[in-house]
Design a protein around this ligand. Structure first.
Ligand code: ADP
Ligand code: MG
Length: 348
């Protein structure tokens, strides 16, 4: 898929911006704090209705504005969709979004915060996997929200010592949790296949990369999940929380058999963070029938020169890509280039 044009009105530091990008690689350069990341965010909001860096809508409209408009056109082959999204502040001060979903529109966003996938807590890896699974399966994020609501409900009952009222919630948790687990495992397997190709391609040397889903509970059937909950009952009542299930899981990432979270060098971790995002591209494209738009925030800045050349080759083989950079020139790249300056964009 590709973005044909976008218009931002009162979005972040853009009063008004019109941009018709190239169908392939777009270089967005500019000094710090000019609006490069904001522009990538605007593109994500256009395509998916959501930001990749915040869930708080109130951050998106330009400071002092009472509404923001993000509109544009995206296409997949011959199919063109016009999208119009508004953020409007209600009487009570809360922000409300409007705009329709497009079932095949996806972005994959990368920035160096993604290193947290490698050295952060298990929750960072679960969030990463859930984001990816959400791009593959439309039912994944609604399922996750449902799962979290049931966890909250169970916590209330466990803390109140009301074990006799848990049964219906155990059933629901088991059904929703088993489905969640199934989608996560399938997503991890899809990622593993692509990562095994992408990582060595970036590193420029053969490396064995493996991803393993570490489940706290090996249940493939709701009945086994319920049985595990029953076994954990006493401890759960004592602690006042659900102790088994996919909310306790982790993703193991190994380089040549060594846990990359613990032993990977800084350089290897950087490479892996970028490779994990690039590994999403093919499976997401297969799931939606069209390659996703790639939003790469400053992706080349932290890479060694040879890795950088390999990364560029991968990026140039992708469909539409937006790559920001604070470097005044990228001599090795032959692609249309725009300069972002104080919330404006000029062809460079
Ligand atoms: N809602 C907003 N309204 C106006 N300005 C904003 C808003 N949110 C962020 N900014 C400003 O936008 C500027 C550019 O941000 P950013 O896109 O992150 O820059 P960079 O080019 O370094 O990626 C910052 O100076 C920030 O203060
Ligand atoms: Mg930035």
């Amino acid at each position: 898929m590709r973005i044909r044009w976008v218009q931002l009105l009162e979005f972040r530091n853009y009063r008004t911006l019109s941009y018709s990008p190239s169908p392939k690689l777009n270089i967005l350069s500019g000094r710090n704090a000019q609006g490069k990341t904001n522009l990538l965010e605007g593109l994500a909001v256009l395509v998916t209705g959501r930001s990749f860096r915040t869930s708080r809508l109130a951050e998106l409209p330009r400071w002092g504005a009472s509404s923001a408009l993000i509109s544009g056109e995206i296409s997949r082959g011959e199919g063109v969709r016009t999208l119009r999204r508004t953020l409007q502040q209600g009487e009570d001060g809360t922000w409300r979004p409007s705009g329709e979903r497009c079932e095949w529109a996806r972005v994959i966003a990368f920035d160096w915060q993604d290193l947290v996938i490698l050295h952060g807590a298990p929750s960072a890896r679960r969030n990463f996997l859930d984001g990816f699974a959400g791009r593959l399966y439309a039912s994944h994020l609604p399922g996750l929200i449902r799962y979290r609501k049931i966890l909250a409900r169970r916590a209330v009952l466990l803390q109140a010592g009301q074990a006799d009222r848990l049964a219906p919630w155990d059933e629901q948790l088991a059904v929703v949790g088993t489905e969640l687990l199934g989608r996560r495992r399938a997503a991890a397997a899809a990622l593993q296949t692509e990562l095994a190709r992408v990582y060595p391609a970036l590193a420029g040397e053969p490396k064995k990369v493996e991803i393993g889903y570490r489940a706290s509970l090996e249940a493939t059937e709701p009945a086994a999940f319920v049985a595990a909950l029953e076994r954990a009952r006493r401890e759960e009542l004592r602690r006042g929380q659900t102790l088994v299930g996919p909310h306790r899981d982790d993703l193991l990432i190994e380089l040549d058999g060594v846990d990359a979270r613990v032993f990977g060098s800084r350089g290897q971790q950087r490479l892996l963070a970028l490779a994990l995002r690039l590994a999403e591209v093919l499976p997401v494209g297969e799931a939606t029938g069209t390659p996703p738009v790639l939003l790469l925030d400053d992706a080349l800045s932290e890479l060694d020169p040879h890795v950088r050349a390999n990364a560029l080759r991968e990026i140039q083989a992708a469909e539409q890509v937006f790559l920001t950079t604070a470097e005044p020139a990228l001599p090795e790249i032959d692609a249309p280039r725009w300069e972002v300056r104080e919330g404006g964009l000029v062809a460079a």
